[in-house]
Design a protein around this ligand. Sequence first.
Ligand code: SF4
Ligand code: SF4
Length: 474
Amino acid sequence: MQASMFNVRVPLAERDEVFLMNTFTDAQLLVTTDVADLLDRIETRTSPDAVRPLSGEERASIDLLWEHGFIVPDRAQERTALEAYFRDVRESTDQLRVTVLTTLQCNFACDYCIQGDHGDYNKNAARMSMETAARVADWTEARLDALSAKSFVLTFFGGEPLLNMPVVYYLAERLAAACQARGVRMIVNVITNGLLVTPEMVERLNACGLNGVKITLDGDRDAHNRSRPLRGGQGTFDRIIKNIREISHLTKVSIGGNFDMETAESYPALLDFLAEQEFADKLARVSFKPVIREKSVTTTKGMIPLTAVGAEGKPLNGACMTSAGTGVNRVCDSCNFVDEKMVFLRDETKKRGFATPDGVHMGPCEIHHSHSHTIGPEGSLFACPGFAGEAVQSVGHIDGRQEEYRSHALRQFQKLSAWEQCNDCAFIPVCAGGCTVASHNELGDMYAPNCHKTTFEAGVTAMAHDAVRALAEA
Ligand code: SF4
Ligand code: SF4
């Protein structure tokens, strides 16, 4: 037997205890340092016989550690289990997820978004027609039938998805009826800049299974208005807050934000502001992530020279990232800044009592799920929203057309397994090698890990201290 490679420890010197987490089983234990030492001793032994001369108490501890996956038969078995886990994630038919980009148009001119207010971008940006929406619904119904999925998650994204409400309502209502007829649970999410959200819209989507609305605020009022103005240059903060106030009793509202070197410092003021609002206790989640920029557009002073907002002049605003920071394949000094800020902002968010991701349970993200699809305004299929800005990354089309470049892209995405380069990293089950979009844009290699291990480590440390606090309060 052997200590699991997925064990993570946080020593709690003041208590003479150690917080143990196993990222594969998700087990968390607070143990004495003696038990942690026992794990070290097992690590250096090679057979069950070798641990026999243990005391009864030690054997009981070993049983507990075994039961929760902190001790495993051997590394080979653990690797096999990990491969099976990723295969299950990839092939699971329990849930169908579809993200629809209703339009690539946007009413904002965010300074970090490559679509920005440049030229006549909006005039040419693609927008889903009702005919295409009908074909998206046909395609989705066929997928529901093929998979016999138990649940269906429909996410509206863009551009600004609410600039195309006819398509939003049509898809939500038709697919809600389709799910009801099939006994499938449907969940609807909307990711929006918040400017056009109304109570009427929320009530209509509630009837289709609306789970919540995610709205972006990029710092406090001044920072947000600088970063996310209307295309005419006017600020948008006040109107978004008014909209949140009007819908917060009708659905779950999550706040997201994209920080860079210049705006990160304004987030505590935003958190203070949110904490003072009457809707504070209704916010389902508050979380911030670094702006993703493409290397070629990161020459602006003060910007984090990381990442992508999309290629070919197409938007990537709001693309998710599982992680940020230092580690293998660190690409620039800004990674340190990003790691520190991610941890700092998570702490600041928690301090004000808002729910926020713990920074550990992040992945594997949807790009690793075969039955997660992103559909562009013209019906092209993508592996995840972060690649939807690059036509050549399309992995198929809802009309089933066969084109070599799409088949090629599909084969490329099916081979993703960046974690195989991560050796014995304890975070592989929750990281899977990091954000593929960031690897593609920062490193020019979607197969390379995009490593931000320090943010995971900080996340476990925070969990340890939360566990201790919870015990003290119990
Ligand atoms: S690859 Fe990156 S952008 Fe795409 S789903 Fe995963 S975390 Fe999100
Ligand atoms: S699994 Fe994630 S945290 Fe671990 S080495 Fe790979 S990229 Fe870094």
